[in-house]
Design a protein around this ligand. Structure first.
Ligand code: TEU
Ligand code: CA
Length: 550
């Protein structure tokens, strides 16, 4: 899809397991999604990204795929999937499938055949010699511990950048690349027209594996040596017309320009995460630190300007199923929950790029703040609990950290109603529903014209209405301000001024004196007239549009 066309689209991400349960087993499923399609169509979104729905032992909630061509029975049947595609299509919505090709589950038959001694399938994975107890390199798994696991049947170590049950695929092997292509064709045949590629910039490993004396090994395989070649190959195999988004872990701007500039023929757009690490201490997610707002702004500016200059294209987003809730993180989950949710939405939705809405974000859902280990489900969180415990971190502090950083904060079930389990299930939810569903839920939002939900709906509609939001030139404003993020978008004689106060106090702003009197397109508080010097209220966001008259 052309960038100019992509620019008008909005994607909604569903965490399938937590969206809507239809049969009372406490697990979200495909018929559940079908029953909520009218809600999603009402929001005006163009694509639904579904987190992995394939058979999987669920060690990493489906990112450990055991069979790429089937539906996990816990989510429904292939028939249910086809119904979902058809019903979505009727509403003008496409389906984006999540493709996890950096690794497979060790339950996948490829891996099973490999450990049974089949050399063909052994070559699907990455093995190194060694002796038990001494891994080939000091690389660390992203979920903690060594990235290598001894496999006694094979008598070698296999690489796993994530969980020990997620064995990395050997992309050097052309047979693996053919398998990937066949799988994509299979789903294309079912009517799927968009794909998200999980951690795709990690698939190309270095020729030599060596110890990392400066880190956890990521510098050797991130945006690895043949990554661009592999993506070009995929694109050339007939996926150029699909919408594709690559999840790029610890990537660089230069690489992202190459991944997404249409002349390169790689991907439609990318997720990068630098702007979601400004509250990490020394890059460590597990050390709490207040958000460094200046750094956040600088990163947003850098990526907007850099991708624009290079002809690249960003996915723009605050959260997903791996991130805490933005209102708890960058906004105010208390007194200013609704205005701060609207402000954050404004900051993202007026950017150059394709906005992503993660389920519940449009309701202003907050972190779960669980206080006991048995409430957590995520393997990353439970592993981390034990690591922190071993480091001697006090129990209370561990729960403070997980309460702010655990991926489960973003994975609690969708809050549909104020009723039992938020209307998500009639049974026992696989992960507890946030208690605040009594106050924060879709039904309440639908009944309130001033709700966060209707604000999102309006943002989506504005993008479709105004080409300046889609393709206007981005320029930063007020780069030195400690509380305000502001920018302009310009197309021909039309200019948007976007101002966002990220603080709980009023903030004075200095804005350009442009000719004419602007129209205010949207804002998180009551309207106030535009002035080159004005004061924004706490968490106030506003978008003003100047256009030449006549
Ligand atoms: O995530 C990739 C990733 O590196 C991170 O988002 C990671 O989960 C987190 O930062 C660790 O602190 C993708 C998926 O989105 C995630 O759900 C999977 O667990 C992961 O890949 C492995 O497939
Ligand atoms: Ca179910």
């Amino acid at each position: 899809m052309k960038q100019s066309e992509l620019a008008g689209k909005v994607v909604y991400q569903l965490y399938v397991k937590s969206f809507q349960d239809s049969n009372g087993d406490g697990i979200g499923d495909l018929p559940g999604i079908v029953s909520r399609l009218d809600y999603l169509a009402g929001l005006g979104v163009d694509y639904l990204w579904l987190t992995p729905i394939y058979p999987s032992p669920q060690r990493d909630n489906g990112y450990d795929v055991a069979d790429y061509r089937a539906i996990n029975p816990q989510y429904g049947t292939m028939q249910d999937f086809e119904t979902l595609c058809a019903e979505a299509k009727k509403r003008g919505i496409g389906i984006m499938l999540d493709m996890v090709f950096n690794h497979t589950s060790t339950d996948h038959q490829w891996f099973q055949k490999a450990i049974a001694g089949d050399k063909t399938y052994q070559d699907y994975y990455i093995w190194r010699d060694g002796v038990p107890g001494t891994p080939p390199t000091n690389w660390e798994s992203k979920f903690g511990g060594s990235a290598w696991q001894w496999e006694e049947h094979v008598g070698k170590y296999y690489l796993h950048l994530f969980d020990v049950t997620q064995a990395d695929l050997n992309w050097e092997n052309p047979a693996v690349r053919r398998e990937v292509c066949d799988i994509l064709h299979f789903w294309r045949g079912k009517g799927v027209d968009a794909f998200r590629f999980d951690v795709v910039n990690l698939i190309s490993k270095p020729d030599v594996f060596e110890d990392d004396d400066r880190g956890d090994g990521r510098r050797f395989y991130t945006d690895g040596p043949r990554i661009h070649q592999y993506l070009k190959e995929l694109h050339a195999q007939g996926f150029g017309d699909a919408v594709t988004v690559g999840e790029m872990s610890s990537t660089s701007l230069d690489n992202c320009v190459r991944y997404t500039n249409p002349d390169e023929g790689e991907l439609s757009m990318v997720f990068s995460f630098h702007h979601l690490k400004t509250d990490y201490k020394n890059g460590d997610k597990w050390q709490l630190e207040p958000n460094r707002f200046g750094e956040l702004k600088a990163l947003l500016d850098k990526w907007q300007l850099g991708m624009q200059a290079g002809g690249g294209w960003n996915a723009v987003f605050w959260c997903n199923h791996d991130q805490p809730r933005p209102v708890s993180r960058f906004g105010d989950e208390g007194r200013y929950r609704e205005v701060s949710a609207k402000m954050l939405a404004t900051a993202i939705h007026m950017l150059r790029g394709t906005p992503y809405i993660y389920q519940g974000e449009e309701l202003g859902m907050t972190n779960a703040h669980f206080t006991r280990l048995d409430q957590y489900r995520d393997v990353e969180s439970t592993n981390r609990y034990h690591i922190l415990k071993e480091q001697g971190v006090p129990e209370e502090e561990i729960f403070r950290i997980l309460g702010a950083r655990s991926r489960d904060n973003g994975r609690t079930p969708m809050q549909w109603t104020a009723g039992p389990n938020g209307g998500f299930t009639t049974g026992t939810p696989w992960l507890a529903v946030n208690e605040n569903t009594a106050a924060i839920n879709a039904a309440a939002c639908l009944a309130d014209p001033d709700s966060v939900l209707y604000y999102y709906k309006k943002l989506v509609a504005l993008r479709k209405q105004y080409p300046v939001i889609q393709v206007g030139e981005y320029a930063p404003l007020m780069t030195g301000s400690p509380d305000v993020y502001a920018y302009t978008r310009t197309l021909g004689d039309e200019t948007l001024v976007v101002v966002c106060n990220f603080c709980a106090r009023p903030a004075a702003v200095t804005l350009p004196a442009l000719p004419g009197s602007p129209e205010r397109l949207i804002g998180s508080w009551d309207e106030q007239p535009y002035a080159p010097s004005m004061t924004l209220r706490p968490y106030e966001a506003a978008v003003y549009r100047f256009a030449a008259r006549g």
